[in-house]
Design a protein around this ligand. Structure first.
Ligand code: SF4
Length: 315
């Protein structure tokens, strides 16, 4: 386990944020990285519970071996930690950023509202692996001769493609949009995860032999029957852009919109901008800076010209 008395001695600490005055000037992530020493102290708080509620059915859905990599980080074995993390999770730098962390909800220390900072430690392990060049292609030693098509390049499609490619299958991923990533690229704003993390995994997987076919809308541009005829297996990993109804009073008011169309639109704009100027915030007067996105619903007042009867109350 981490430090035997760590949870008694060390306060919980997670990433801090940039000041709001800085955050409003750009669309990038705004968490401030913690030092290795700070992260190791947080890992030291893990009690290595006899029944670790943090993983398994009560916690981490991908069964990350949380107490194990907390112990490795506490002991400074960051290489061992990323190897352990990759054994259950293809993309820990994604989950370390955007997962809602049911593991922390389930952590025994959450009985006192001070769970181990599991998500922060996970992100730090993955980010350090990037820094140290551990995110590199791991091609299969031999090929099976089997050809597999995957429809959709969201997290499920990419994870399946990586696993199937690494056991030696010839994998082809078909994506409707112009770039791979699905929800990761088009449904989540850059302030939660910058898209170079998606690009890096695409590059890694191309190095492992996975082929991405973008701009191919299966069922429209290519028939499913063709895919079935050309491949030994077809895996469907499509997502959905259909918003889930909020189901709250007022959701039907004028000026209340689902966020999904805005997220897709905004991610396309920011993506186009960041690919033409790799880093640096957009100027505040740019069209990009005038657009906002939300992970829930976008609420806008009705236009002034709308008749009063059409102007519902809004919050
Ligand atoms: S439940 Fe919390 S304290 Fe227990 S092993 Fe998991 S992370 Fe560590």
């Amino acid at each position: 386990m981490g430090k035997v008395t760590g949870f008694l001695e060390i306060d919980r600490q997670v990433h801090k944020y940039q000041p709001a005055s800085d955050r409003i000037r750009h669309f990038r992530e705004f968490t401030l990285p913690m030092s290795d020493q700070e992260v190791e102290k947080q890992a030291a708080r893990c009690m290595d519970c006899g029944i670790p509620f943090c993983h398994g059915p009560t916690g981490c859905p991908v069964h990350n071996q949380i107490p194990d990599w907390n112990d490795l980080v506490y002991n400074g074995d960051w290489d061992g930690a990323i190897r352990n993390l990759h054994s259950t999770n293809n993309f820990p730098e994604w989950t370390g950023r955007i997962c809602p962390a049911p593991c922390e909800e389930a952590c025994t220390l959450n009985l006192e509202d001070i769970p181990v900072a599991i998500k922060t430690v996970e992100q730090a392990i993955a980010d350090k692996a990037y820094e140290q060049g551990h995110i590199r292609p791991m091609p299969a030693a031999s090929q099976t001769g089997k050809k597999i098509a995957i429809i959709g390049s969201g997290p499920a499609g990419m994870a399946a493609a990586q696993q199937l490619g690494r056991v030696g299958h010839e994998v082809h991923v078909f994506e409707r949009e112009s770039k791979p990533g699905g929800l990761m690229r088009y449904g989540i704003p850059d302030f939660k995860i910058e898209k170079h993390y998606v690009d890096a995994r695409v590059k890694q997987m191309e190095g492992e032999g996975v082929t991405f076919h973008c701009g191919v809308n299966v069922g429209v541009d290519k028939k499913v029957s063709e895919l079935l005829a050309e491949h030994d297996a077809v895996l469907y990993c499509g997502g959905s852009e259909t918003p889930r109804p909020a189901g709250i009073p007022g959701a039907e008011f004028i000026g209340v919109h689902d966020a999904m169309p805005y997220l897709v639109q905004q991610n396309r704009r920011v993506g186009a901008r960041t690919s033409s100027r790799s880093h640096g915030p957009p100027s505040r007067s740019s069209p990009v800076a005038s657009m906002w996105s939300s992970s829930a619903v976008v609420i806008r007042p009705p236009t002034v010209s709308a008749p009063p009867s059409a102007r519902a109350r809004y919050v």
